[in-house]
Ligand binder design. Structure first.
Ligand SMILES: [Cu+2]
Length: 103
């Protein structure tokens, strides 16, 4: 039982080593790029390059996040552990849309 737990821990730690990080910029009240395709387990790092606050949120069945509001120059990283196509938005600017395809 103890050995099984150890193997599980090793597997859990192995996943991030293969994950890629992709950079998204928030600028002019838009996401750049506004559409991205990534692999399951990858992360998105979203940088606020505007002069005002942004954040990101996603809320679908089985997968959601809702980050703190980020000041200019700050960034936030989220992992996408579920395959599918997702619409990431900013709750301060409802027209901001980032489409993420996770394979
Ligand atoms: Cu915003």
């Amino acid at each position: 039982m103890k050995a099984l737990f150890a193997v599980g821990l090793l597997l859990a730690q192995a996943i991030p080593a293969f994950a890629a990080d992709h950079l998204i910029v928030q600028q002019g009240r838009r996401f750049h790029p506004g559409d991205i395709t990534i692999a399951k387990g990858d992360t998105l790092t979203v940088t606020n390059n505007d002069q005002f606050i942004h954040q990101i949120f996603l809320n679908v069945s089985g997968f959601s996040f809702d980050t703190a509001e980020k000041s200019p120059g700050q960034n936030v990283t989220e992992a996408f552990t579920v395959a599918g196509t997702f619409q990431v938005r900013c709750h301060i600017h409802p027209k901001m849309l980032l489409t993420v395809h996770v394979n």
